[in-house]
Design a protein. Sequence first.
Length: 210
Amino acid sequence: MSWYQDIGIIILAYLLGSISTGYLMGLLMRGIDIRQYGSGRTGGSNALRTLGPAGAALTAAGDVGKSAAAVALAQWLGFPPVVVALAALAAVLGHNYPFYLRFQGGAGVAPTIGALLMMNLWMGLGLVALAALLVATTRYSSAGALLLVNLTPFVMAALAAENVLPWSYLILGVTVAVLVTWSLRPNIVRLLSGTERKLGEGGQKIGAGS
């Protein structure tokens, strides 16, 4: 593969990631900009608050699927692991910072899951199961998200040490741990203060009342 092909697949992955499922669902289902409600993000948790279970399920499926498609395409075309990892990261960045929405998107959790599932199915399923268990116990989706992304680099390193994964996949693992944690810093403050919204609580319009 030549360098321009590497750049091409990374750009394509960003464009796939920038397909904002939550934003589209908000327009189609309620005629709203989902970013004006709840957390102000376009991901599945905010879709649940503003669009209900059906909207959240469609949003999550789209957000997982777009990054999974980007990674699968890079793998199928035979790009080396480092380019696969960069394509996965580009898909997450596209989700978080879609150029046509003034770079205002989601936190990056669902597209990270999609990428992890394609990199190693059992790794992805295991991390999702642990995060889901925490969410089911606490009803804090942000707590599950933070657990998932911050466990990812450690799990990846352990698997890479056993030659199950390429070490270059840690490009994704380490970066999303920092990126998602940074994106969720308001949630971390609310978790620590006990004021974090629980899963399914309504998404009041931003700036509308208290």
